[in-house]
Design a binder for this molecule. Structure first.
Ligand code: HEM
Length: 189
């Protein structure tokens, strides 16, 4: 999907989408010379990859809530689950000490992951409605966002599903009534 579809689905209007896209620098082929050149982003571009100085490229998480079992709960737990390595564990398994550049998190598959806790404390974002930005709150929201990126048309699909189930129930009742009607004479009613 292009930036424009993604941002429109999030509720941004055309002017806002153009402004957001324009802030990015995109390396693209010049149509006349075929040379790679930097130009400001347009609404038709894809989201550029994010690179953090010295920390590399974080993985694409748009499908992570689908890629992991019970994905939403997993992501939420992972984000709030960072902690010091339990002393008990270290005593029993000294070799399991979390390595340099890794971070202990009991929700990660091998207990140590390369990502430092992205949500480090209260107030990293400001909610326009005054909601308190606790780590738990921010984690809930970023997780809900990742559920959305995993399947942007989920709500529409469910609504369509309800309509279809309603229709099928109606068709079943109708079918049963015509069956009764057609056979009424033969059955001597
Ligand atoms: C709120 C923002 C963020 C969220 C919600 C988030 C979430 C996640 C999740 C769910 C994983 C996947 C774990 C798995 O494979 O099951 C992950 C991995 C990773 N993230 Fe983040 N992340 C965030 C910010 C960042 C940032 C800012 C960086 C870079 C500075 C980063 C770097 C990484 C790296 C390197 C991994 C791979 C870890 C490994 O496999 O050891 N993340 N992140």
């Amino acid at each position: 999907m292009s930036l424009s579809d993604d941002l429109a689905a999030l509720g941004y209007n055309e002017a806002e989408i153009k402004a957001i896209a324009g802030k990015a620098t995109v390396s693209a082929k010049d149509p006349l010379t075929g040379e790679l050149k930097d130009r400001p982003g347009t609404a038709a571009d894809k989201f550029p990859a994010v690179v953090y100085a010295g920390l590399g490229v974080p993985p694409d998480l748009s499908l992570i809530t689908k890629a992991r079992p019970n994905g939403a709960a997993y992501v939420h737990s992972l984000l709030i689950g960072y902690q010091a390595q339990p002393a008990e564990l270290l005593k029993q398994f000294p070799d399991a000490k979390t390595g340099d550049g890794l971070h202990y998190n009991p929700y990660f598959k091998n207990l140590n992951l390369a990502m430092a806790a992205p949500l480090t404390g209260e107030g990293q974002v400001t909610y326009s409605d005054g909601t308190k930005a606790t780590v738990d709150q921010m984690s809930t929201d970023v997780t809900a966002f990742l559920v959305w990126t995993g399947e942007p048309n989920l709500e529409h699909r469910r609504q369509t599903g309800f309509w279809w189930i309603g229709f099928l129930i109606f068709a079943t009742v109708l079918g049963y009534m015509s069956y009764r009607n057609i056979w009424a004479e033969k059955k001597g009613h």
